[in-house]
Design a protein around this ligand. Sequence first.
Ligand code: SF4
Length: 314
Amino acid sequence: MITFGPVQSRRLGKSLGINNIIPPKTCSYSCNYCQVGKTIKKNCKREYFYKPEFIYERVLKHLKKLNKNNYPDYLTFVSNGEPTLDENLGEAIKLLKETGIPVAVISNASLLCFDSVKEDLQLADWVSFKIDAGDIITWHLINRPVADLDFENILSNIKLFRDGYQGRLCTETMIVNGINDSAENISSLAEIVKSINPEIAYLAVPIRPPVEKFVKLPDAAMLNLAWQAFNKMHIKTEFLTGFEGTDTGYTGNIYEDILNITAVHPLREDALYILLQNDGAAYSVVDSLINQHLIKSIIYEGNKFFIRDYHWAV
Ligand code: SF4
């Protein structure tokens, strides 16, 4: 399946997925939390998969089937492996842009050492890079890269790419319990992400079945710590905890408002009171959400915050 969706994405709105990697799953990483499955071909050399014209034709066919309300905001390369392994990625992006729909690529950034990969990604309107580790040991633990890759080199190449990039650059960090959620790693991660200066840094948790059974969701307190550490560095940070709600404000539906906001960032108690007031709701709503294990409270630096309780997902 080359195209799928559109799926509702909080990052991109309605996103039509494009899988440009022909099976088996081919990737330069073998992340322990990967939801696509085990990396069968572990590779960091670019190769040819589908012809760009074929991808374009499949996308056009898919678009024709969609009604106006379901038309995608983005065409997104989110593959059965690492999309930049495809030698034809740039050509495919060029063709797809003829649809008038912006193109996004979700990448692990590990192939940016190749100028051709940088050039291809420059053509995309939105790019997200995976940054899960603050040091080389954690990188090996969580991403399990192919032997030829170099951690520092990837980080330098992300910055080189960013310097010439005209589109929207984001980062995505998966937080896994006991693997990369230590205070030290989170602090190094925040420094690395700050140096990259993305438009938004997303913090994700493994809510879908991971390839390794030992992968567990992080404790809500550690996720909160990560958000606070990023926030202190003035990095615009949002959660991707699986709840693809609309953004904040108040809508009159206090349940949705609290869930939407806490899906994106911790909600401080004083802000919660204002929200309740605006929505004309009582505090019992908060108790009800806590009792249903939809949110939980956390004390951080003397303030009470509310955060999504995603442990229902395990
Ligand atoms: S980089 Fe992406 S596709 Fe590759 S193993 Fe990691 S999560 Fe899976």
